[in-house]
Design a protein around this ligand. Structure first.
Ligand SMILES: Nc1ncnc2c1ncn2[C@@H]1O[C@H](COP(=O)(O)OP(=O)(O)OP(=O)(O)O)[C@@H](O)[C@H]1O
Length: 299
């Protein structure tokens, strides 16, 4: 039997008659790094808040580490970095982290928490005097204080500069390497691709795709072949070729869309389609994500 960190089944959350999360079922195996990916308002934060027991689902069930997320025995084993980090007035960075360390039985050492959050030089600063990005990093140190088995990161890198981001992801990867389960939310497929071993795409409160980053990319990245068409090439000819999903003309220059450009190019050559100056492009990740989310909307 698999060892589950998270099991949610048929979870729905209704706010003022609107479904923020709509019949979502999801299981997360211990030790995996899962990215919940989706646009603004997709339902990612609501999902995480339900898993954490911070809000109650309208219907459906949630299990965290096999138990009720509100139980102390479960809470002791999890850490969460939520979107709004609220700092306690009149405490320094080190004092704030220490306060959180004392909550747990086997906390990480203070020096290590300062180091992994990149706040060693800020340790004596008032927490309320930190910049937005630094406060996010403090939020991370607070979430990691108890060396949690499951770590939730809700849009963790917002406001972080490139260097902080890199340190942050390196730290998260190291935690994952020690068998920790990581659940993060992001708007960016690229970010999810770099860090996660599984991507769950959520849109309009529903799960629209679930797989490894390469599976998600393979099914969503649109590829195109562009060439200058000879006079015998018409729209009818092109649409008659299997694998062509769309053809866009610009003078005699034509762009063909296909999920398998390797096969299509072979087919075009085999059929003797007159082509000059051939280019093959693969769409970017963000473009792929947009198409995934918009096609889910059309459905
Ligand atoms: N407390 C609330 N009361 C009413 N509606 C809410 C509440 N919280 C969330 N919603 C609505 O539920 C939907 C999902 O919101 P949620 O914050 O979960 O999305 P998200 O994917 O986390 O978005 P973002 O990326 O912007 O954080 C949105 O339409 C939002 O307006």
């Amino acid at each position: 039997m698999k060892d589950w960190a998270i099991q949610i089944s048929n979870v729905t959350k209704v706010y003022k008659g609107k479904k923020a999360v709509n019949d979502l079922s999801l299981t997360v195996e211990k030790g995996s790094v899962v990215a919940l990916l989706g646009p603004n308002g997709a339902g990612k934060t609501t999902t995480v808040s339900m898993i954490l027991g911070l809000i109650q689902p309208t219907s459906g069930s949630v299990k965290l580490l096999g138990g009720d997320p509100k139980e102390r025995s479960v809470r002791d084993r999890i850490g969460a970095m939520l979107q709004d980090v609220s700092v306690i007035e009149n405490l320094t960075v080190a004092e704030t982290i220490d306060l959180f360390r004392h909550y747990y039985k086997t906390p990480l050492p203070l020096a290590q928490l300062l180091q992994i959050s990149g706040l060693t030089n800020e340790r004596s600063k008032m927490a309320s005097a930190l910049s937005g990005g630094q406060q996010r990093r403090l939020g991370f140190a607070m979430a990691a204080a108890g060396d949690p088995e499951v770590l939730f990161l809700d849009e963790p890198t917002v406001g972080m500069d490139v260097t902080s981001r890199q340190l942050f992801w390196d730290t998260v990867k190291a935690m994952a390497g020690r068998g920790r389960t990581i659940v993060l939310t992001t708007h960016y497929l690229e970010e999810a691709d770099q860090i996660a071993d599984r991507i769950v795409v959520i849109n309009d409160g529903r799960l629209v795709a679930d797989g490894t980053p390469s599976q998600i990319k393979a099914t969503t990245i649109g590829r195109t072949i562009t060439f200058t068409a000879g006079s015998s090439v018409t729209n009818e000819v092109l649409y008659g070729i299997s694998g062509v999903t769309d053809a866009e003309w610009n003078g005699r220059r034509v762009r063909l869309y296909s999920s398998d450009t390797d096969r299509l190019i072979a087919e075009l050559i085999m059929r003797g389609v007159e082509m000059k100056d051939i280019e093959i492009q693969s769409g970017g990740l963000e473009e792929a994500f947009r198409s995934l989310v918009s096609s889910a909307k059309e459905d």
